[in-house]
Design a protein around this ligand. Sequence first.
Ligand code: HEC
Length: 127
Amino acid sequence: MEPGDPTRYDRHVFRLVVVPLVLLFGVAGTTFALARWHPAKLVISSGSVKLGDPYRGATTFSTTCASCHGQNGSGGIGPRLQGLAVTLARVKQQIDAGGGGMPAGLVKGGAEQDVLAYVATLVKPSG
Ligand code: HEC
């Protein structure tokens, strides 16, 4: 046996180190490639509407909006918001301007962004 020839030990190292590394990078690479390609976009589109914290928004909703729209937007005097096909821009407009029996400007600024983030979890994203 010549010096430099692969030994049993070298082949062992190859199987224990190189093969798992190749598998790891192969799988990770495929995962990243698929993530970049992103065939199924499941993001809620908010357009240019800024969204805040949906958890804070849920609290504000229950104190400010639920009297008309029901707890969790299940409906009341105001329309049911669950599954309603509206854009968030439209929701923001309704909050800002009111109309049809809904008072304008019930929430503003950060509180409004929080409520919008919460409403985004209820309505059917339609743009
Ligand atoms: C005083 C009762 C009342 C309160 C409080 C109220 N709403 Fe409304 N809301 C209404 C009514 C009534 C309508 C239906 C308006 C119409 O048909 O034009 C409405 C409509 C809406 C719509 C539907 C807009 C559309 O285009 O379909 C959204 C979204 C909405 N409200 C969100 C909210 C949010 C968020 C809050 C809390 C910040 C809120 N509302 C508070 C009564 C209320």
